[in-house]
Design a protein around this ligand. Structure first.
Ligand code: CMP
Length: 139
């Protein structure tokens, strides 16, 4: 059975332009329930480890710089089939390609500064939730 929670981050571009509340309200209106959240300023080392799967890709340096440039908001949400439901709700990586009504269509600027991250598999949802919320039971 698919996992009933997933992991997400409101990225620095959205968090620092006052969009966190709107994005959470948008997701809550679609039935996502926030189970854990905090505001952090990622270190470069943390960003490199979190995005380790992308090490070696041409955008890796830019991604790490951006994610460690300012505060962001990691959070965990609950919903049936959470991983695919959240990926549908946030839209394509590039906001220019994101469907109408998705978080990235509404709030993102570019492929790099794309407002929100969401885990791409149940396995990564567990790993990424534990990365930022090791103290929360049941993740
Ligand atoms: P995210 O869901 O956080 O996972 C990896 C991130 O890499 C992705 O969102 C994008 O923000 C970023 N990314 C992917 N492709 C590019 C690109 N071509 N240029 C810059 N950033 C990218």
């Amino acid at each position: 059975m698919a996992l009933n929670y997933t992991f997400s981050i409101i990225k620095p571009d959205a968090f620092n332009t006052g969009k966190a509340g709107k994005i959470l309200a948008h997701l809550e209106a679609q039935g996502f329930v926030v189970k854990a959240a905090r505001v952090i300023h990622m270190s470069k080392t943390q960003a490199e480890e979190f995005y380790g799967v992308h090490r070696g890709r041409p955008f890796f340096g830019e991604l790490v710089e951006f994610m460690s440039s300012a505060p962001c908001m990691p959070f965990v949400v609950q919903k049936d089939n959470a991983v695919s439901a959240l990926r549908d709700a946030i839209g394509a990586t590039d906001p220019a390609e994101a469907a109408a009504g998705t978080v990235r269509k509404l709030y993102a600027e570019s492929k790099g500064k794309n407002a929100i991250h969401a885990s791409d598999s149940d396995e990564n949802a567990v790993r990424e939730s534990r990365f930022f919320f090791a103290e929360v039971d049941g993740l």
